[in-house]
Ligand binder design. Structure first.
Ligand code: AMP
Length: 460
């Protein structure tokens, strides 16, 4: 018997699952589908990649499919509303509804910002059953009376932690206040900080809690490793070293901050590596262009913050580099999940600075395994010995000029060629070096090395 039968799903849905060749329900589906079908609120701790979209989409489709209004009776009043943090995720969710609901007559659409209103309002006016929306665009459409939430029976908040991180708490409260109280509310989040529990408390009634612990089984085929580094400068050199070595076709690099993402992207471009940055400060058009360049291979590297990378589904990412380790250990799992998708293998590399040791331990506790420590390339080890982070704060070049060894000269071309070739003897020059060491080493290069990344590679 098809294992999905035991979940009491209707025939049109079982047929759709069959055509998707799903053999067995995932753990989140086993846990969430029966109580959702029974009408309970759900508080689900699960991340993307666990099959959580089907866990809420299937019961919603089944519920709405019982009473489909006549074609002409359909209005722009959705009966199910799914709120998602990003346009990309909204699009993915509506695609899933389309696939799981292909043997029903239900209509789903997605609305999100960054694109014109007109087409979205036309689709709404033709009548819909299921609306997937980002909060900002939904508020606009509500204000302009293109959509009303008076008929919503089921509200879903997907990736609630991201919604909160992105500052959508007030819009969400407002949106929920426009929906009748006897609705069903499903809330999914990869993490469960206190703010999420408060929100759940405010919006839900006696929810059934389901949790899929991220386990090794959820992150298959990803080869993980961590480099223990001493400083930001060493991280930059290590990254440069890896890119020079080659074999990295499509790379996503995570940074902690938007500013850090921009700086790294700029630095990579300045040494001739085609890179794009996406983060929350970029407008939709810029994000689309960056993603398109990355997807088509025009850019080898995408530098991203966590928020921007949420829901990102790009095939063929060979490497994920965590230039900064995240404070939240679950973000580590989410990040490495960008590679190794759809049965492919992937490589996930993290850089761990001294201040990140605690974060690394938390990650290891969460995934229940040690992340293997990769040996530092010899050429960088020597730099590490000469340039431990503390000495960056001292006028070391005045005290102890560095010897000009071969390896030394090459490895320092980017970060320290300037200072080391002109041993500074006055404080102004030292200050330049000082600022230089603490900022992105890619940025302060002598002009003769700019744009010569591949040639630099040939020296090795
Ligand atoms: P999600 O966590 O909803 O983003 O789903 C992650 C991926 O798993 C998607 O590509 C789904 O198509 C796929 N998926 C969901 N449920 C199942 C299942 N029961 N069996 C096989 N694949 C599934």
């Amino acid at each position: 018997m098809n294992p999905f039968h035991s979940l009491k799903l209707s025939d049109p849905l079982l047929r759709a699952l069959e055509s998707k060749s799903y053999k067995t329900p995932t753990p989140i589906q086993v846990q969430a589908i029966p109580p959702t079908l029974a009408g309970h609120d759900i508080l689900g701790c699960a991340q993307t990649g666990t099959g959580k979209t089907a866990a809420f989409a299937l019961p919603i489709l089944q519920r709405l499919d019982k009473h489909v209004p006549h074609r002409h009776g359909r209005t722009s009043h959705p009966r199910a509303l799914i709120i998602a943090p990003t346009r990309e995720l909204a699009q993915q969710i509506v695609n899933s509804f389309g696939e799981y609901g292909r043997y029903t007559t239900l209509r789903a659409t997605a609305v999100y910002g960054g694109v014109g209103l007109f087409q979205q309002t036309r689709i709404l006016q033709n009548g819909i059953d299921i609306l997937v929306a980002t909060p900002g665009r939904l508020m606009d459409l509500m204000e302009q009376k293109y959509v009303s939430l008076q008929s919503v029976e089921v509200l879903v908040l997907d990736e609630a932690d991201r919604l909160l991180d992105m500052g959508f708490i007030e819009p969400i409260r407002f949106i929920a206040s426009q929906i009748r109280r006897e609705r069903q509310t499903l809330l999914f989040s990869a993490t469960m900080p206190r703010e999420i529990l408060h929100l759940a408390n405010a919006l839900q009634r006696d929810p059934v809690e389901v949790r899929v612990a991220p386990t090794e089984a959820n992150i298959p085929k990803i080869e993980q490793s961590v480099y223990v580094v001493h400083s930001k400068v060493q991280k930059e050199k290590l990254l440069e070293h890896m890119l020079v070595k080659g074999g990295m076709n499509r790379v996503i690099i995570f940074t902690k901050t938007k500013h850090g993402a921009d700086r790294l992207c700029k630095g990579l471009r300045s040494v001739g590596v085609a890179s794009e940055a996406i983060h929350g400060n970029k407008v939709q058009g810029q994000r689309d262009r960056a993603l398109a360049r990355f997807k088509t291979g025009q850019s080898q590297i995408l530098v991203a913050t966590d928020v921007a990378a949420r829901g990102l589904d790009v095939d063929g990412i060979t490497h994920v580099i965590q230039f900064d380790l995240p404070r939240d250990p679950e973000a580590y799992i989410h990040r490495i999940g960008r590679t190794g998708r759809a049965g492919a293998t992937g490589i996930a590399i993290a850089f761990c600075e001294p201040g990140d040791r605690g974060s690394l331990r938390n990650v290891e506790r969460l995934i229940g395994q040690r992340v293997p420590v990769a040996p530092m390339p010899a050429v960088l080890e020597r730099i590490q010995d000469r340039e431990p982070v503390a000495t960056i704060e001292t006028p070391r070049y005045e005290i102890q000029p560095r010897p000009q060894s071969h390896a030394h000269g090459h490895s320092n071309t980017h970060a320290h060629g300037h200072a080391s070739t002109h041993t500074p003897s006055h404080s102004n020059t030292h200050n330049r070096e000082h600022g230089h060491s603490r900022s992105n080493s890619f940025e302060h290069k002598p002009s003769r090395t700019r744009g010569k990344f591949p040639r630099h590679a040939r020296h090795r």
